[in-house]
Write a protein of this length. Structure first.
Length: 351
């Protein structure tokens, strides 16, 4: 089979590999599509901690496809079943896992991060992942390309949950990349009263407005907090998602929050640059709730897949590029260029 492999010299190359074979408890899935995200671009730059020098592995963790081998003992995974893969396999034994925080598992494994992933024609799902519920049956009527958005939507669903946004709230989304725009779409679909999107790129601001943002702001046009207050009768935003890895935006988010506001630090900062100056008094006197979110659980992925199945037309505009695996290099270049939202690498099950 063809695979886009990260090789020991730190370069991704298209190679021929043996087809995977399912062992006891495992599945093999023929890939229909696998999304390229910021994590994959970080891997391609040789900057991901789980891809140290000398690593040979196939990335890709936003994969969907069709079961071709089933040794799981579960009849629902008969060959031909369409599935989406929740990539993070929790150990179920460590302290976070016992508390229902499988995304924070101390011993996790992950499709495309710790073992071979979806940038290949076929991917093997280990028994632990099958048993834990990491393979989700795609509902009838939902096309597999759209289902490839399951994992990034799951991450956003998790990030929005503690913010508890509702029809009386104003949500500020900092950053109009794929994650920020997914946050916009999920929030509008769920009836959030008003969504403000802050983004430096004019085309992305226009896109955010097209997708339903009530207000778009350029944070370079003036102080972000002041701009937000100008659009909220001086109150500030009730909830804020920081979806851009820019240190000063984290501090700006606290200043832009309303009294009693909730702030989610969704984005991570580059290694060594995670220490930023925050005004603790804003949290104290404003009774702000500040939280973070990372990765997602199987339950988050199920919720995301159900949302996609209910309103696929809401999220389909995020899919702006699709390349067969034979053109994997071009797909990564398109994803790096920044003009696309979600680029898919497609496999044989796409046809």
């Amino acid at each position: 089979m063809l695979a886009y492999e990260y090789q020991a010299d730190g370069v991704l190359r298209l190679v021929e590999r043996p087809d995977p074979v399912a062992d006891e408890g495992e599945l093999v899935v023929e890939v229909a599509a696998c999304g390229i995200c910021g994590t994959d671009l970080k891997i391609a730059r040789g900057e991901h901690r789980l891809y140290p020098p000398g690593t040979v592995r196939v990335p890709g963790h936003e994969a969907v496809g069709i079961v071709t081998q089933n040794r799981s003992g579960q009849e629902r995974f008969t060959p031909g079943t369409r599935v989406a893969i929740a990539p993070n396999i929790a150990c179920t034994r460590c302290r976070p896992c016992r508390r229902g925080l499988g995304n924070l598992c101390e011993n996790y494994t992950s499709v495309g991060l710790t073992f071979d992933g979806g940038f290949a024609e076929r991917v093997r799902i280990p028994a632990a992942g099958v048993a834990a519920g990491n393979v989700l049956v795609v509902p009838d009527g939902l096309d597999l390309a759209t289902a490839a958005l399951t994992e990034p939507i799951a991450a956003v669903v998790r990030g929005l949950r503690p913010l508890q946004v509702g029809p009386e709230d104003t949500l500020l989304v900092c950053g109009a990349g794929p994650i920020g725009l997914i946050a916009l779409l999920v929030a509008k679909h769920r009836g959030v009263g008003r969504v403000i999107v802050s983004q430096t790129s004019a085309p992305r601001r226009e896109l955010a407005a097209h997708l339903g943002a009530d207000v778009t702001l350029d944070p370079r046009a003036g102080d972000l907090a002041e701009q937000v207050r100008d659009h909220t009768d001086g109150a500030g935003a009730d909830a804020i998602v920081v979806a851009t890895p820019v240190g000063e935006v984290f501090a700006d988010a606290l200043r832009a929050a309303a009294k009693g506001g909730r702030v989610n630090f969704f984005a991570g900062l580059p290694s060594g640059r995670g220490v930023v100056g925050l005004d603790a008094n804003l949290v104290h006197y404003g009774e702000l709730v500040v939280t973070g979110s990372t990765a997602n659980t199987n339950a988050d992925n199920r919720e995301a897949l159900d949302l996609l199945a209910a309103v696929p037309e809401v999220f389909a505009p995020l899919l702006t590029g699709s390349y067969p695996i034979e053109q994997a290099g071009a797909a990564f270049e398109a994803a790096k260029a920044g003009e696309n939202l979600k680029v898919l690498l497609t496999g044989p099950a796409a046809s």
